[in-house]
Structure formats: C-alpha cells, structure tokens
Design a protein. Structure first.
Length: 140
C-alpha cells in the first residue's frame, strides 16, 4: 500500500517525539519524488550568543531532513540509516522567522546516499548549503 504525502509527513513528524528534532521544533513540511523539506523556527532557542541562528542548529536541521529523506526513500522495514559525514557552508545570518531545508539526492544507492541540502529563509534567500552522506545498513 502506497502512503499518501500527508501520511509520510505525519509519520516522520511522529518519529521526532522526544528527540533533538522536537527540541529544535523541526517539522517535515513537504515531500515529493526526490526531495524532502523541513522547517525550523528561528528564535532565541537556536541562537548563538550574538542573537543570530547558530550554525550547529542549521547543521542539525540539515542532517535531520537528509536522514529522514534516506529513510523515506529506502526499505526502512529491513534497513536503518546513519549519517556518515555532513558539511555546511553558512552564507547568511537569520534572526527570526523560519529556515527551510530542502534535501535532494545526488546519489541514491542501496548502501550509500549523498544529499544536497539547501537551507533558505522565509524570503527564499540562501542561508546555508550542506552535503550529507548516509549509509543504509541491514537491521539485525
């Protein structure tokens, strides 16, 4: 049975309960054939000391959406996904609103995956560009 778009998003968001994603208020908001989008509110909870979005919070958003994308597009009944490496280039500061992370696949292999994650603000300005590699391993 094929899940609806809303079912996929609801399932991903339910899996975030009692995790870092819930702490940072990260929410999966859109998904399509080769992408997943998450958003995170920019408030003092994710600031660095000088009052702008912390790069670590941005990296956590990027890794969260990328890992969920790998989970969604792979056989999650028989495999689990782990992040191997993440890089982040931060290009613009954000003080409020939301940031959106769109994960798209550059490589969607059975074992390894490579995702491009573009983080933008409410006005679609590029905030960060991230790359995430993941590995899918068999559940024991």
């Amino acid at each position: 049975m094929q899940l609806s778009k809303q079912d996929v998003l609801d399932k991903a968001n339910a899996a975030s309960k009692n995790t870092l994603m819930e702490t940072l208020n990260i929410e999966m908001v859109d998904y399509g054939e080769n992408f997943l989008v998450a958003r995170m509110p920019v408030t003092s909870r994710v600031y660095q000391p000088d009052g702008v979005l912390h790069g670590g919070a941005t990296a956590a958003l990027a890794e969260s959406v990328g890992s969920f994308a790998s989970h969604i597009f792979l056989d999650i009944e028989n495999k689990f996904v782990r992040g191997l490496e993440i890089t982040a280039n931060h290009l613009k500061s954000v003080k409020n609103g939301y940031v959106y992370a769109k994960a798209t696949f550059l490589h969607k292999g059975r074992t390894t995956q490579l995702l491009d994650i573009r983080v933008t603000d409410d006005n679609d300005n590029l905030v960060s560009i991230c790359r995430l590699s993941t590995i899918a391993l068999p559940k024991k």
